[in-house]
Write a protein that binds this ligand. Structure first.
Ligand code: ZN
Length: 401
């Protein structure tokens, strides 16, 4: 908890926690973490993209690699657990093993990624994508709101963007990728569980809907003549909600609507809104999108408005590995906690490794399911359970490797 508080002190804004990728606070956090890694028997390095990675050597020269990571960048006005909890827990677990003189038949690298929240540059997960060997060089030329490119920010940070290719290529055999993270949802709290095992990271689709009706005067157009785009959109939004409510683990959200030219005394001729659909199953997510497309078109036809829909962004679900997740569940049980499986509604660095290594994730209960807020909270007792679970997991993995 002391280390989490020290990281919370690293902020580019005087009030609260704001730690964007490659900012001065991120640099301070990287240096702190490097010190903790050294103290815990790891050799830290900072790679070409600003990740700090601490290596704990395994037994034997050809020992495979287990990567344990999370992120240390934050959204503006963040909480002190999102991302950092996973990094600090991993450092604690390895430090504990180091103090006990324990070595494993695999090397461990603890990674603190810097680019998970995507709050500075358009794309995200650059840090974990580099370690997974799927970094796209083109994003080095992306600019932030002030026009500063990633390339320039990396140089100012003390990194050499020219070594991206070399850092991104690793032939080492990866045993797996493990991530500890706060749940960011209310499920574990509602079940009275300190930790839980993630079954899958939900796939997501994002769409845009445009509804075109006929604008006009709010006082002069009789109700039965209207082709009100905003009223049609309202009915469509409720249809989106109803479809998601009808299915376990499916979530669908309309988070933004705009009514161009809207006014208090006008019937709306045009409305645009977004749709975000997520599910642990790609098949069920696609089925939901097909259903929604049909339902929204039916609303449009009935209300005599035109509709255009497009789902531009699609990210597949990332299932967690059965073997690693079972080991993690055994480790949870050894702490006296019933090992509940739950999907992750939010995206995580773990997604970057879906084609590179088996992944597993441990969620930690957080109060009220709140995250991306200064009110974010996880208790010392729950964090302790998470750390003990991780240490137990390492021992179980060693016994079966
Ligand atoms: Zn996070």
């Amino acid at each position: 908890m002391r280390r989490l508080k020290a990281l919370a002190e690293c902020s580019d804004e005087p009030n609260g926690i704001t730690r964007p990728y490659l900012g001065p606070a991120h640099r301070k956090a990287v240096d702190l973490i490097g010190t903790w890694m050294t103290d815990g028997g790891m050799s830290p390095r900072i790679d070409a993209i600003g990740n700090v990675i601490g290596r704990y050597t395994g037994i034997g020269r050809d020992a495979p690699l287990l990567l344990i990571g999370s992120h240390i960048d934050s959204v503006p006005n963040a909480g002190m657990f999102d991302g950092t909890l996973g990094v600090v827990t991993a450092i604690e677990a390895v430090s504990h093993c180091h103090a006990a003189g324990k070595r494993f038949p695999f090397a461990i690298e603890v990674a603190a990624f810097g680019d998970e929240e995507g709050s500075r540059y358009p794309s995200t997960l650059g840090g974990s994508r580099l370690l997974a060997g799927i970094f796209d060089d083109a994003i080095l030329d992306e600019a932030d709101a002030r026009g500063m490119t990633r390339r320039a920010s990396l140089a100012a940070f003390g990194c050499d963007p020219k070594s991206v290719a070399a850092d991104g290529h690793r032939s080492e055999r990866m045993l797996g990728y493990i991530e500890v993270h706060i749940e960011q949802g209310p499920v574990l709290e509602s079940k009275g569980l300190a930790v839980g095992v993630v079954s899958s990271i939900n796939g997501a689709s994002r769409g845009m809907v445009e509804v075109r009706g006929e604008g006009g005067h709010a006082g002069t157009i009789p109700m039965r003549w209207r082709q009100d785009a905003l009223c049609a959109a309202a009915e469509m939004i409720l249809a989106v909600e109803r479809r998601a409510q009808a299915e376990e683990d499916l979530v669908a959200t309309v988070g933004h609507i705009e009514v161009p030219g809207g006014a208090v005394n006008s019937v709306s001729g045009l409305a645009r809104f977004t749709i975000d659909v997520r599910s642990p199953s790609d098949h069920r997510r696609q089925a939901a999108i097909e259903d929604l497309t049909g339902e929204l078109q039916a609303v449009a036809a009935r209300r005599r408005v035109a509709i255009a829909m497009s789902f531009g962004y699609q990210a597949p679900a990332t299932p967690c590995d059965a073997r690693l997740s079972n080991l993690l569940a055994d480790a949870v049980r050894s702490q006296g906690v019933s090992p509940m499986r739950l999907p992750s509604g939010a995206g995580h660095d773990a997604m970057s490794f879906r084609d590179r290594a088996p992944i597993a994730m441990l969620f930690v209960r957080c109060r009220g399911g709140v995250s991306h807020s200064p009110l974010e909270f996880a208790s010392v007792a729950d964090i302790d359970t998470a750390a003990r679970t991780l240490i137990d997991f390492l021992e179980r993995l060693a016994a079966t490797t």
